[in-house]
Ligand binder design. Sequence first.
Ligand SMILES: Nc1ncnc2c1ncn2[C@@H]1O[C@H](COP(=O)(O)OP(=O)(O)OP(=O)(O)O)[C@@H](O)[C@H]1O
Ligand SMILES: [Mg+2]
Length: 106
Amino acid sequence: MKEIKAIIQEFMLPKVVEALREHVEIPGLTVSRITGFGRSERAAGLSETAPMVKLEIVVPSALVNSVVEIIRSHAHTGRPGDGKIFISTVDEVVRIRTGERDQNAL
Ligand SMILES: Nc1ncnc2c1ncn2[C@@H]1O[C@H](COP(=O)(O)OP(=O)(O)OP(=O)(O)O)[C@@H](O)[C@H]1O
Ligand SMILES: [Mg+2]
């Protein structure tokens, strides 16, 4: 299982979520409103970007490439500040209601 953590521009959220719903069976999605800075903001002396959102999606490893590509292509403008996608391995998952674990719990 992998966690895809994507930081995208807030105004891109509806487009990205719509594309995910349409093209791939993601089991769930967490959305948080955040700010931060990346390399380009640091170079410009800024300590915060425009409002961004963080998406956290845990999926079976087989889905990672398609989810990442959907996010990347639908969040892309080509201008600085488009965001980043971080991918990491998830060791264990527990579904609280049922006690199911790992892929069954997603
Ligand atoms: N290395 C990082 N670690 C954690 N968060 C990051 C990192 N880089 C970027 N972010 C987060 O992503 C947001 C958007 O980053 P951004 O896309 O502007 O990155 P960048 O490196 O400046 O690239 P670009 O040149 O395309 O703007 C930041 O506000 C921050 O929240
Ligand atoms: Mg930037």
